[in-house]
Design a protein around this ligand. Structure first.
Ligand code: AHR
Length: 326
């Protein structure tokens, strides 16, 4: 179904470019490959298992859809992403897609893309620009909802517990939409139980080594940690290493909640080292190619496309682990 729509749109786009003589300034960028769309994709980096799966999904879907993909890895630096976007503008790609490292500071470069008549699609993470005409659509998860799901589980799990529950939070990259929103959603949910308190909160930059390092410091400074809330699996897995090195049992002495549900996280959940994982789906490639075809063809697309996601207990992880794609 997707492929059929895509081929039709490609054919229409090629015709339109031929009729206009192709090249820059023909609307929707132009200057792409002759037989398909050229997309510039500025990726965040390779900081987590989730990111690796997301990159693979985008690259495979582009190949399948006949999209000429120009891919760059910003190594979690905003200035690298801005440079990549500027180079895509210079190359007059047909469409630019990117997953912003942080939420703020994009207006100037997005305006440059708009002035060059190149449509932009936000994928995975959003920006806080007041001018929403700077991009065509935002495809990705509802991060606030993910944080709420994590908090709701803890409220229910702690319902029979007497006394304070000390939570330490491993935040994602400072200023990144998932770090801001997952914190917000979690805090809103745990407000339902005054015994639940975040006693320490620091960034582990969405990496396993960051999660381990911050957790080691938490364990040194805070005597009674009951729960770790990690904004992604990788930081949770790093925290497990630190907890085990401190002679404690992850999942029992200290409960762990994470977000993503990548294979390594699901394996730890099935083993009982993590207690609950909220899913964040990285497989955005097909939907991205579909949206790209539409925006390049000048068709209307929804301003927001939210990814469908679930959450897993250890029992559920055992059931799905073998068939997990990423
Ligand atoms: O933006 C999505 C987040 O970025 C994922 O949860 C995390 O693992 C990644 O690095």
């Amino acid at each position: 179904m997707f492929k059929k729509t895509f081929v039709t749109v490609i054919a229409a786009t090629t015709l339109a470019l031929t009729a206009c003589g192709g090249g820059a300034g023909t609307g929707g960028g132009g200057g792409g490959s002759e037989d398909g769309i050229t997309m510039g994709f500025a990726q965040v980096g390779a900081e987590s298992g989730w990111r690796t799966a997301n990159t693979k999904s985008v690259q495979e879907s582009a190949k399948e859809a006949g999209v000429d993909l120009k891919f760059s890895d910003a190594q979690q630096k905003q200035e690298n992403q801005i440079k990549a976007i500027r180079s895509y503008i210079q190359q007059q790609v047909d469409v630019i897609a990117f997953s912003p490292v942080v939420e703020s500071g994009w207006d100037t470069v997005l305006k440059e893309a708009k002035d060059a008549d190149i449509p932009v699609i936000l994928t995975d993470r959003s920006v806080d620009s007041a001018d929403t005409s700077l991009y065509k659509t935002f495809l990705g998860s509802d991060f606030v909802e993910e944080g709420k799901k994590a908090g709701d589980w803890l409220v229910e799990d702690s319902a029979s517990t007497e006394g304070p529950v000390n939570i330490v939070e491993l935040q994602g990259t400072t200023g990144a939409a998932p770090a801001i929103d997952r914190k917000e959603g979690f805090e809103a949910a745990i407000a339902a139980d005054p015994d639940l308190k975040i006693v320490e909160s620091q960034t582990g930059d969405f990496t396993r080594s960051g999660g381990k390092q911050v957790m080691e410091a938490f364990l040194k400074n805070t005597p009674d940690i009951d729960v770790v809330y990690a904004h992604n699996d990788d930081m949770g897995l790093g925290a497990i290493e630190a907890i085990e090195a401190a002679g404690k049992v992850p999942g029992k002495d200290i409960k762990i909640i994470t977000v993503d549900a990548v294979k390594d996280g699901m394996a730890a959940l099935a083993e009982g080292k993590i207690n609950y994982i909220v899913e964040c789906n990285p497989l955005l490639g097909d939907q991205l190619m579909d949206l790209a075809a539409k925006v390049v063809a000048g068709e209307e697309v929804p301003a927001r496309v939210v990814t469908e996601e679930s959450a897993f207990t250890p029992e559920q992880a055992k059931e799905v682990l073998a068939s997990r794609e990423y």
